[in-house]
Design a protein around this ligand. Sequence first.
Ligand code: GLV
Ligand code: MG
Length: 356
Amino acid sequence: MRSPKDFFRPLAVGAPEPVRQIPFRPSRMIHFFDPGNEKMAAKVPGMVPKTDVLLGNLEDAVAADRKEAARDGLVRIARTTDFGDTQLWTRINSLDSPWALDDLLTLVTEIGDKLDVIMVPKVEGPEDIHYVDRLLAQLEARAGSTKPLLVHAILETASGVARVEEIAMASPRMQGISLGPADLAASRRMKTTRVGGGHPGYLVRTDPVGEDIEHGRTTYQQDLWHYTVARMVDACVAAGILPYYGPFGDIRDTVACEDQFRNAYLLGCVGAWSLHPVQIAIAKKVFSPDPAEVAWARRVIAAMGDGTGAVMLDGKMQDDATVKQCHVVAELADELAKRDPDLAEAYDEATKEALA
Ligand code: GLV
Ligand code: MG
């Protein structure tokens, strides 16, 4: 077992010191773009003010003969775009592919200072993170980087889910984990061909009334991803890193996308991927607490004074635990308000009304 005192030592001479805390930066939507696609690349500057995270995708959905063009395109975009306080992430190719090594060599040495997070797909276990961790340290030392790159793992193999806690704790670079429902379904041999979301076949049914087993029984669709998302959230929170829902592939079904994102939000996720501009607004809506909820949280915090004891508010019991729940919502609202003046105003208006 590794000694705790070595955990925050750079893994290469000359590499920057590992971070001790993962900074919370709004990342409600991780918007994917193909940096090798000229049309998409041209839209990037216009997307900067609309998104929390822009991710240059090099992996799946980029054809094998476009991998180099995507990598070169990302270098160009990173060098020529002002991202302000919007984060720039990338998803590299999987570690067993012919491209991953050159992805890391090129990106860290050419644009390591512009990138915030490197997303690593198809992570099987902590050994994959250890490999990336050491290689990044070597490359950062070579590039003279002053801040360490953070690493984000996609949870999309059965082995990864079985070892998600070890993955979350594998390195101080670990920033977060996203659910990858498409690859995960394939890896587990699940029988869904959808990218995320529910499935009408996954249901429970009420008991029969009398002898008729066919009719009069209500069915309830269940969430295929509940177990995995819940387990991922626990692993991430225990490690002090951030959990995310991944892709929702049915772009036209904005209603079901919103439902799936909201389930993830309620369970503790801080954001989701967006694969099309229409999903940016959905993620923004879902992963920003509702103004009425924020107003209620602030009201509970104000009523609870030093946070101990119990009070009744509108017939609802409040105590040390509920004030902590309210702090989660209020603190998230404060962070998002710093980035989003419209949201700040909506939160303040709702709070004024609630406290009046
Ligand atoms: C994402 O990469 C997925 O496989 O769902
Ligand atoms: Mg995948």
